[in-house]
Design a protein. Structure first.
Ligand code: ARG
Ligand code: ZN
Length: 480
């Protein structure tokens, strides 16, 4: 527990006329609540999240004073509830130094361990199921560091330094658990939440984020404040935030939302990227139509891409896919667009099931090829040859390094092909649509998909999926 923060609280309380100074200034309570702050229990990331915590909304107010650096300051208000009494709140946070924490507006004791990556907050009384609280965290400084085990990158808040004629930029690339490098969060896909994101940037910069832009207003020194509303819940890792010198390109809305509702279309291109970078994105509307036909209505209010210059993996950030210049091709775009349904709307209960994201998104590449008049046979045979060349294994991952292996993507897609060949395409389409509509508010596991497959398509389809999900060997090529 930080003495300095208590001082800061006292000062702040004094500075704000409307603030009531609490009768008892938060002191140094014994953080005896370690048992109550049990993590969610993810099989790959056992320390992430808090069991019983349900964050409903994150209201962010971020300022990027020097784009291209790792400096970030801001305030987040979390609207929280719980499914069991919680004597403390345990948020994931590797990020900037905490300056202040409030519980329903009043200063609350806290302990921030930037090494472990937990921010423990003690409420005046336990958070009970059926009740809500607002937890405010103000922070400033350098974002946290979370190295990827396999790629030469850190996940989370990215700083792209100025280079040549290009200005410095920032963006999020958080899968699986990088959001905690810059924001206090319940950093697990089983607790999706809505977001309001306000970002203040210096003169000449544009900010973009997941959701629909609500406003753009002047800020001090010629800066601008952009506000975005993500009104449907999304997993924390899918939150997109970008700061760059962007050209925003608006296109005609696409009527693929619920009940044919219009989906807003906007893409963000950094000033100075090669002109042909834009070519792939011309197909975005058509991709939405083809995928919505197979998967059901597009689940959010807007869709597009924000293009980034570093060579990194593309990421299915909600409503605004993060697309490197080097991956600006239609196949990757189809893949990330499909994740809006599979991963962003239908979310994971446990990271071991990440093939449920990657297998469906990879399968969408086949559906797109077929919509272009191809048989897709080459693609399926190519997939089969590729898994045959690598060490195959059951679909459920057991280690962090396995998460984004070929198995999740290619064996996962072949598992869906194995299901498809047991039925006709009408039944397969209803099956895909039913998975999305039935599991949009309930995080999913492989067991859920197996049960759903049996209920929807019968024992033969379930057996086909089970073989591809569970066999240590490579099953035979799926054929009608
Ligand atoms: N979900 C991303 C994609 O399919 C891949 C992200 C890889 N991330 C990582 N930390 N290795 O398209
Ligand atoms: Zn993917």
């Amino acid at each position: 527990w930080r003495l300095s923060s208590l001082l800061a609280l006292a000062l702040l309380a004094g500075a704000q006329a409307q603030t009531v100074i609490p009768a008892v200034i938060p002191t140094l309570p014994p953080p005896s609540a370690s048992v109550a702050a049990a993590p969610i229990g993810d099989s790959i990331f056992p320390a992430l999240g808090q069991a019983g915590l349900d964050v409903l909304n994150y209201d962010l107010d971020l300022t990027v004073d020097r784009p291209g650096t790792s400096e970030l300051r801001g305030t987040v208000v979390l609207t929280v509830t719980s499914t069991q009494p919680l004597p403390v709140l345990s948020l994931d946070f590797l990020g900037p130094q905490v300056l202040e924490v409030r519980w329903n507006g009043l200063p609350a004791p806290y302990r921030h361990d930037q090494t472990v990556g937990k921010l423990i907050v003690e409420p005046p009384q336990s958070l009970l199921p059926g009740t809500k609280a607002e937890v405010t965290v103000r922070f400033a400084g350098q974002v946290g560091v979370r190295p990827d085990p396999d790629l030469p990158i850190n996940v989370g808040w990215q700083a792209v330094p100025a280079l040549g004629g290009r200005v410095g930029a920032n963006f999020t690339l958080s899968e699986p658990d990088g959001t905690r490098t810059f924001l206090p969060v319940n950093d697990h896909p089983s607790d999706p939440a809505t977001f309001t994101t306000r970002i203040t940037v210096p003169a000449g910069y544009t900010a973009a984020a997941s959701g629909v832009q609500r406003s753009e207003v002047a800020a001090p020194n010629g800066g601008r404040t952009f506000t975005f509303e993500q009104a449907q819940p999304i997993p924390t890792y899918t939150l997109a935030i970008h700061v760059n010198r962007f050209e925003r390109v608006d296109s005609a809305a696409v009527p693929v939302g619920e009940g044919g509702a219009d989906v807003i279309r906007r893409d963000y291109f950094p000033v100075g990227v090669p002109a042909d970078t834009r070519d792939a994105y011309v197909s975005t509307g058509e991709i939405l139509k083809v995928l919505a036909d197979w998967f059901g209505p597009y689940p959010f209010s807007a869709y597009g891409s924000a293009i980034v210059t570093p060579r990194i993996p593309a990421l299915e950030t909600a409503t605004l896919s993060t697309m490197p210049v080097t991956s600006s091709n239609v196949r990757v775009l189809v893949h990330e667009t499909a994740h809006q349904w599979f991963g962003d709307r239908v979310t994971l209960a446990d990271w071991s099931g990440v093939w449920l994201n990657e297998g469906f998104a990879t399968y969408a590449e086949l559906l797109w090829a077929q919509a272009q008049g191809e048989t897709g046979d080459d693609m399926v045979r190519g997939w089969y040859a590729r898994v045959g060349r690598s060490q195959t294994r059951p679909l459920v991952a057991t280690t962090e390094s396995q998460l984004f292996e070929t198995t999740a993507y290619i064996r996962g897609a072949l598992a869906l092909q194995a299901v498809r060949v047991t039925v006709d395409d009408t039944a397969f389409k209803a099956y895909l649509r039913g998975w999305v509509s039935g599991f949009s508010s309930q995080p999913v596991t492989t067991a859920d998909l197996l049960t759903y497959t049996r209920t929807r398509l019968g024992a033969k389809a379930e057996a086909a999926l089970r073989l591809w999900a569970e066999s240590p060997e490579l099953p035979p090529l799926p054929q009608r």
